[in-house]
Design a protein around this ligand. Structure first.
Ligand code: NAP
Length: 248
């Protein structure tokens, strides 16, 4: 990505910024000049991630995004410590996989409450400030599974498909206030979330990806940086698959 600091003067919240795709996004936005707020449940890992980013002014916050009060408090803390939030990247997400017949109530609820509810909580928490300032960019990290569905991931697919509706509705609602909302839908990316997949499954998945490989967090991070920044100023309500061609 370019060495220009197109996000300079901005504060970017990255939920789930402590590892995996979120850490890749946090690093890329920091390289773009943003002061990053790393949000995750595990405080130590969030602090470590923030400390490793290029540049100054980054900070870490412990927050469960499924808790709407905690999201409000976190956004207030970011604004008082780091300044007005210009970019929100809703990346934190979880999976609790099983076939529908075996999905427990808590597997359904926890995934929907975190992936969909958590993103809504964070968007609502930043909206007032962004509306007052008439500026902001929101990027939601969804999944190709939200576009295609997947056996054994009904809860996860529903949460991610829900995010596509949320993204478009927020984009329509806030466009006149100069607030954009887009989504990236990654394919299979090498992180903790996919580390447990058996080799045979990885080989099978790779065979379904036209690019012939799994993605890396950096593949997603560059697109998020673009969507977050001024070069995407006329793009809103879009879902961009970053999946090596899997979901064409
Ligand atoms: P990951 O390695 O498991 O990391 C998840 C991150 O989210 C961690 O920083 C985690 O920190 C945080 N998190 C989880 N639950 C949270 C909560 N309730 N509140 C706040 N933070 C929370 O996951 P990943 O693979 O990087 O995935 C990141 C995003 O990309 C997810 O939304 C995922 O659905 C999506 N995605 C991933 C893939 C893939 O192949 N890896 C493909 C498509 C989409 P704590 O545990 O400390 O909270």
């Amino acid at each position: 990505m370019k060495a220009t600091a197109e996000l300079a003067e901005g504060v970017a919240i990255v939920t789930g910024g402590s590892r995996g795709i979120g850490l890749g996004i946090a690093a890329e936005l920091a390289r773009g000049g943003a002061r990053v707020a790393v949000v995750a449940r595990n405080a130590d890992r969030a602090v470590e991630a923030a400390a490793g980013l290029d540049g100054d002014g980054h900070a870490a916050y412990s927050c469960d995004i499924a808790d709407s009060r905690a999201c409000r408090k976190t956004v207030a803390a970011v604004e008082s410590r780091q300044g007005p939030v210009t970019v929100l990247v809703n990346n934190a997400g979880i999976a609790r996989d099983n076939i529908v017949l075996r999905l427990r109530d808590e597997d359904w609820t926890r995934v929907i409450d975190t992936n969909l509810g958590g993103t809504f909580n964070m968007i609502r928490a930043v909206t007032r400030g962004m509306m007052k300032r008439r500026a902001g960019s929101i990027v939601n990290v969804t999944s190709v599974i939200g576009l295609m569905g997947n056996a054994g991931q009904a809860n996860y697919a529903a949460s991610k498909a829900g995010l596509h509706g949320l993204t478009k509705s927020v984009a329509r609602e806030l466009a006149s206030r100069n607030i954009r909302c887009n989504a990236v839908a990654p394919g299979f990316i090498r992180t903790d979330m996919t580390a447990g997949l058996p080799e045979a499954r990885v080989n099978e998945l790779t065979g379904r990806i036209p690019a012939g490989r799994l993605g890396e967090p950096a593949d997603v991070a560059g697109v998020v940086r673009f969507l977050a920044g001024p070069e995407a100023g006329y793009i809103t309500g879009q879902i961009i698959a970053v999946d090596g061609g899997m979901a064409m």
